[in-house]
Design a protein around this ligand. Sequence first.
Ligand SMILES: [Zn+2]
Length: 260
Amino acid sequence: MDAKTYCPVCERTGVGFTPLPDFYRQNSLFHGFQYFGRAETIALDTYACMSCGASDRERLYAWWINMQIESGALKRGARVVHFAPEAALVKKIRKLDFFDYETADFMMDDVDFQVDIMDIPFDDEYCDFFICSHVLEHVSDDNVAVSELARITRKGGCGILMAPICVDIDDTLEDQRATSDGDRWRLFGQNDHVRLYSHRGYINTLESNGFVVQQLGEEILGENLFSRLGLSPTSILYIVTRPEPQNDAPLNLSKTLSCP
Ligand SMILES: [Zn+2]
C-alpha cells in the first residue's frame, strides 16, 4: 500500500500539507461559534498543499475529475462551468486542456461570466458538468440557486456541489435576523455565511430542487486514498446528477469507486 501523500491538483507525490490558518479558530472562539472543526469536509491539520495551495476539498475534486476523465465519463470537449473558481483548481483544469471550460462568479473580476447564481443567464441544459463549491451557504435563497444549477445542467449531466456541513446538527440552521458580522460568525461560522447546513438538510435541498445525489465518503473511496490526499475521515464528496429520460446514455459513475 502506497502511503505517500499525493496532491491531484499539482500532481505531486510526497508533498506536505499545512494546517488551516488559525484565523478561523480564533474568530470562532472570539464570536462564540460552537461548531469550529465540526465540518464534514475539513482537514484542520492537512488543509493546504504546500506546493500549489490547494485545499483538501480541491484535492478531492481534482482526484474525482481525473478519475472521470480516465473512465471516459467526462469526455473531451465537455462544457464545464466552474462557479466561484478556486485558483489552484482553475490552473489544473486549464492545464488539462480537455474541456470547454468556463468560469463564473458573482464578485470576482477575472472570470468568464459575472453571474448571480439565483438567476444564471445561461440557456437550459447549458453545461455537461459544473463545479460549485462553498457558494450555497452565502446566497439568500439556496433553493432557487440549486434549481438554477439543475436547469443549466443537461439531462444526464452532473456536478460537484459542495457546502460546509456541520456534523453536530440535525437540521440546517438559518436565521434571517442574523445580519451582523458577529451574529453570522456566532451562528454560521463566518461573517458572510447565511446558514449552516446539516447533512440531512443539505441532501434535502439538493434532492428537492432537481438533483439525484451521490455521496462519496471514506467507506467508498477508501482509507488509503483519504490518507494520501490528506482528507479528514468524515469528508464526503457530493456528486449531483440531473436525471434524464430512459433512452439517453447515462453518465457512468461506477468507476469513481477505485483508487488510482
Ligand atoms: Zn498541490
